[in-house]
Ligand binder design. Structure first.
Ligand SMILES: [Zn+2]
Ligand SMILES: [Zn+2]
Length: 106
Protein backbone atom coordinates (compact mmCIF):
# COMPACT_ATOMS: atom_id res chain seq x y z
CA UNK A 1 0.00 0.00 0.00
CA UNK A 2 1.27 3.46 -0.85
CA UNK A 3 0.44 6.71 0.86
CA UNK A 4 0.32 10.26 -0.35
CA UNK A 5 3.60 12.05 0.29
CA UNK A 6 1.76 15.28 1.06
CA UNK A 7 -1.37 14.40 3.02
CA UNK A 8 -0.73 10.77 3.94
CA UNK A 9 -3.94 9.41 2.44
CA UNK A 10 -3.94 5.79 1.33
CA UNK A 11 -3.51 5.55 -2.43
CA UNK A 12 -4.54 2.89 -4.90
CA UNK A 13 -1.33 1.43 -6.35
CA UNK A 14 -2.25 2.65 -9.83
CA UNK A 15 -3.41 6.13 -8.80
CA UNK A 16 -1.45 8.89 -10.47
CA UNK A 17 -2.80 11.65 -8.30
CA UNK A 18 -3.84 11.73 -4.70
CA UNK A 19 -7.67 11.74 -4.61
CA UNK A 20 -7.55 13.87 -1.47
CA UNK A 21 -5.08 16.68 -2.16
CA UNK A 22 -4.28 16.28 -5.86
CA UNK A 23 -0.55 15.82 -5.54
CA UNK A 24 1.05 13.60 -8.15
CA UNK A 25 2.01 10.19 -6.81
CA UNK A 26 5.27 8.35 -7.34
CA UNK A 27 3.43 6.10 -9.77
CA UNK A 28 2.22 9.14 -11.69
CA UNK A 29 5.74 10.50 -11.89
CA UNK A 30 7.11 7.16 -13.03
CA UNK A 31 4.45 6.51 -15.65
CA UNK A 32 4.18 10.08 -16.91
CA UNK A 33 0.78 11.63 -16.35
CA UNK A 34 -0.43 11.60 -19.94
CA UNK A 35 0.65 8.04 -20.55
CA UNK A 36 -2.01 6.58 -22.87
CA UNK A 37 -3.81 3.30 -22.43
CA UNK A 38 -3.62 3.25 -18.70
CA UNK A 39 -5.42 0.25 -17.36
CA UNK A 40 -8.69 1.04 -15.69
CA UNK A 41 -8.74 0.67 -11.96
CA UNK A 42 -11.85 -1.47 -12.13
CA UNK A 43 -10.20 -3.97 -14.48
CA UNK A 44 -7.22 -4.16 -12.21
CA UNK A 45 -9.43 -4.72 -9.24
CA UNK A 46 -11.39 -7.43 -11.02
CA UNK A 47 -8.23 -9.20 -12.09
CA UNK A 48 -6.88 -9.17 -8.57
CA UNK A 49 -10.25 -10.38 -7.36
CA UNK A 50 -10.25 -13.25 -9.83
CA UNK A 51 -6.79 -14.32 -8.83
CA UNK A 52 -7.76 -14.24 -5.21
CA UNK A 53 -10.84 -16.28 -5.99
CA UNK A 54 -8.63 -18.82 -7.73
CA UNK A 55 -6.41 -18.93 -4.71
CA UNK A 56 -9.44 -19.36 -2.51
CA UNK A 57 -10.84 -22.14 -4.69
CA UNK A 58 -8.67 -24.62 -2.82
CA UNK A 59 -10.29 -23.79 0.50
CA UNK A 60 -13.69 -24.77 1.83
CA UNK A 61 -16.90 -23.39 0.33
CA UNK A 62 -17.77 -21.52 3.51
CA UNK A 63 -14.59 -19.53 3.35
CA UNK A 64 -15.11 -18.98 -0.34
CA UNK A 65 -18.57 -17.54 0.28
CA UNK A 66 -17.20 -15.29 2.99
CA UNK A 67 -14.54 -14.05 0.63
CA UNK A 68 -17.08 -13.39 -2.13
CA UNK A 69 -19.27 -11.35 0.20
CA UNK A 70 -16.33 -9.38 1.50
CA UNK A 71 -15.04 -8.81 -1.99
CA UNK A 72 -18.46 -7.55 -3.10
CA UNK A 73 -18.75 -5.22 -0.12
CA UNK A 74 -15.34 -3.80 -0.79
CA UNK A 75 -16.21 -3.24 -4.44
CA UNK A 76 -19.43 -1.48 -3.55
CA UNK A 77 -17.76 0.69 -0.95
CA UNK A 78 -15.00 1.53 -3.34
CA UNK A 79 -16.93 2.08 -6.54
CA UNK A 80 -20.32 3.24 -5.32
CA UNK A 81 -21.47 6.35 -7.17
CA UNK A 82 -18.17 7.23 -8.80
CA UNK A 83 -17.38 10.82 -9.72
CA UNK A 84 -16.62 11.24 -13.41
CA UNK A 85 -13.83 13.70 -14.10
CA UNK A 86 -15.08 16.55 -16.35
CA UNK A 87 -11.65 16.84 -17.93
CA UNK A 88 -10.52 13.29 -18.72
CA UNK A 89 -13.65 11.25 -17.99
CA UNK A 90 -11.93 8.98 -15.53
CA UNK A 91 -14.07 7.57 -12.73
CA UNK A 92 -12.96 8.65 -9.29
CA UNK A 93 -14.13 7.44 -5.92
CA UNK A 94 -16.76 9.44 -4.04
CA UNK A 95 -14.36 10.91 -1.51
CA UNK A 96 -11.98 12.16 -4.19
CA UNK A 97 -11.36 15.90 -4.34
CA UNK A 98 -9.00 15.66 -7.29
CA UNK A 99 -8.99 13.41 -10.34
CA UNK A 100 -6.59 10.54 -9.83
CA UNK A 101 -5.55 10.53 -13.48
CA UNK A 102 -5.25 14.18 -14.53
CA UNK A 103 -5.27 15.99 -11.19
CA UNK A 104 -8.24 18.24 -11.94
CA UNK A 105 -10.20 19.44 -8.93
CA UNK A 106 -13.52 17.61 -8.83
ZN1 LIG B 1 -2.67 13.78 -0.80
ZN1 LIG C 1 -9.33 13.73 -14.92
Amino acid sequence: MTYCSRCGKELAPEAYFCPNCGVRTEGGVRAGVNYPGVEDLRQTFNRVGEEMEKAFSTVGSELREAFKTTSQNVKEAYYGEPITCPQCGDKNTRDASYCRKCGKKL
